[in-house]
Design a protein around this ligand. Structure first.
Ligand code: SF4
Length: 327
């Protein structure tokens, strides 16, 4: 097994709230190997995007900060880098694409200008070189007539086209890791499939790793090698994708599977997880999932947060049901 390029070792990210500091990401651990695709799954409010923003050094200041733990990227702890050093890594070695391309692209500049700007800043190209490369990148991500579309402003592009432009920008500095935060959620199904197809074709061509954030467990089976399930700021289950799909153990993961639509499923009926993720300032003592849990919770569930424990090789679960497992 290759050494991970990204090794997230227990960082905790806190935000200042009315009640004081609250942890949006709490002692999470995740490693991503070269060329690997890792999916982080969970509902809105589970902390998956904050975890990515923590790695990118993009937490809103001064309200959000990493208070403990380390994030090793190619051997350097990102939590100890200066803003200038972080800027060198962000966009160059790690890039990120977001759910809403319209909010990430600048509406007053053409697509060519925006990609060329990245190339000038990060790869030191001249204006002429950067413009030529920008057009090439637009062609690479499947934009028809790239020379013509290069002069378009974001509002002249469809959602799928804008997301292709974002991918072109993210790839233009040859990152070794791309973080994709629900990049297809705002797109309709056929465009979603095209964008995913494009991302993973480019992943094969460039050899980069992908950290894919999604709330859609159905998507994960097709794209991931490894999956981490997040709930209320913590990773509650982590395993290789085949193992997780064959043997989901945490009641939350089982609930996510039960709420997936299935063609010809037993009764053709979905079983949603009751309730919603609690607010960060309203987390109960003990297990954060206790009020929604379908399993018989023990007294420990109300008093002690369960530890993430390796139940079988590479399969980690944070639940009192398994703490004493001898399997
Ligand atoms: Fe349910 Fe208890 Fe496991 Fe939490 S620790 S998921 S409440 S059984």
């Amino acid at each position: 097994m290759n050494d991970p390029i990204l090794d997230i070792q227990g960082p905790t990210t806190r935000f200042m709230a009315r009640q004081g500091l609250v942890a949006a990401v709490d002692h999470v651990g995740l490693a991503i190997a070269p060329r690997e695709t890792v999916c982080v799954v969970g509902e809105s409010g589970s902390g998956k995007s904050v975890m990515a923003l923590s790695v990118m050094g993009l937490l809103p200041r001064p309200h959000g900060k990493i208070t403990e733990g380390r994030i090793d990227f190619q051997g350097r702890d990102l939590t100890r880098l200066s803003p200038g050093e972080m800027k060198q890594i962000r966009g160059n070695r790690i890039s990120m694409i977001f759910q809403e391309p319209m909010t990430s692209l600048n509406p007053v500049f053409t697509t060519e200008f925006q990609i060329a700007e990245v190339l000038r800043k990060h790869r030191g190209m001249t204006g002429k070189q950067a413009r030529a490369e920008a057009i090439e990148m637009l062609g690479l991500v499947g934009i028809p007539e790239p020379r013509k579309r290069a002069a378009d402003y974001p509002h002249q592009l469809s959602g799928g086209m804008m997301q292709r432009v974002m991918i072109a920008m993210a790839l233009s500095c040859h990152p070794v890791l791309m973080i994709a935060d629900e990049p297809t959620t705002a797109l309709d199904v056929t465009i979603q499939a095209q964008i995913l197809d494009l991302m993973f074709r480019l992943k094969t061509e460039t050899g980069m790793s992908i950290w894919f954030i999604t709330h859609d467990l159905g998507l994960v089976a097709d794209i991931a090698q490894k999956v981490a399930v997040m709930y209320a700021g913590r990773i509650v289950e982590q395993a290789e994708v085949r193992e997780l799909f064959a043997n989901p153990l945490h009641p939350y993961t089982i609930g996510l599977f039960n709420s997936l639509p299935r063609i010809g499923g037993k009764k053709g009926r979905l079983t949603p997880i009751p309730g919603s993720v609690p607010g960060l300032d309203q987390l109960p003592s003990g297990c954060a999932f206790q009020d929604r849990c379908a399993s018989t919770a023990s007294a420990d569930c109300r008093t002690h947060p369960p530890e993430l424990t390796e139940i079988r090789s590479g399969h980690w679960v944070s639940c009192h049901l398994y703490n004493k497992s001898t399997d």
